[in-house]
Design a protein around this ligand. Sequence first.
Ligand code: PEP
Ligand code: MN
Length: 337
Amino acid sequence: MLVLLQRNVPETVANDVASRLRMFGLSVHRTDHDGQVRIAAIGESGAAEWDTVRSWPGVAETRAIGAPFKLVSRVFRPHDTVITVGRCTIGSDQLALMAGPCSVEGEEQVFTIAAAVAKAGATILRGGAYKPRTSPYSFQGLGEEGLKLLRRAADANGLAVVSEVMDSQQVQLLARYADILQIGARNMQNYTLLREVGHTDKPVLLKRGLASTIEEWLMSAEHIVSQGNAQVILCERGIRTFETYTRNTLDLNAIPVVKELSHLPVIVDPSHGTGIRNKVAPMARAAIAAGADGLMIEVHHDPDHALSDGAQSLYPEQFRELVEQIRTIATVLGRRI
Ligand code: PEP
Ligand code: MN
């Protein structure tokens, strides 16, 4: 249930309403905007006597939250969530540009790419140190050594770091090196992992599962937020369809659909979404035009020798050109890089 308080209610009254709701055994989440406190009281629907709640001092109104996802819905929080990471405010009028290699492969590789993407205008360096690979014989990532390199390369270029966490036991380790914890598509419904990142204070980039509906994706975001971490960034990265000319089918429909349902920022990964280098830029442009809050792009200076996803990685020069095009599109939309 959503409990709306009267405008400019004193803090003591708001706290009082929250603690009385907790006494019903409900879990309480709060958002403040424009002098109005909104409280989501979650739990057994019959736990509270709602007619009585409506008569409590400070309470203006109660409303059912119809959607199965509560805290990530706009019913609870009508205004956009903005997440600050380094120099970037994700979900604001500033577009978030995350770029870097699929995998961290070594010092020279990650420093070369970090410098190139920073110069082009990216603010966040991506790179996997723990890689979910279809084959156990493929490169699995450099592990902690990779995280150290990624952090150093990012710091040397004024960038923040996003990197994938594959297992709930890795969360604390990743949190030491990364500014954003990435949950990969294959782990979107790993609820133990979602709960674990929900207990941290790090922003979480939640990729959409390969075969997940938008509702399942938002429910996974709800798992994280329900644990107390409200800083979730959704990432559309393509879903599996019957189409075979592209690696995945990039579902740009998801952007306006999610934007209406949820206050969370949505970014798009056209690298995994298409799987093909020369399809990345057109879909990146389309994603921004459709209202995405940013992009995650794989970039490699020597993609023919990349240890993963070389075929979909842009050359640094292609990334630079793309950023210039995005800059132009952004101005039309009243946004900026
Ligand atoms: C990645 O970002 O390199 C990755 C493995 O992504 P996804 O989980 O979307 O496949
Ligand atoms: Mn990849």
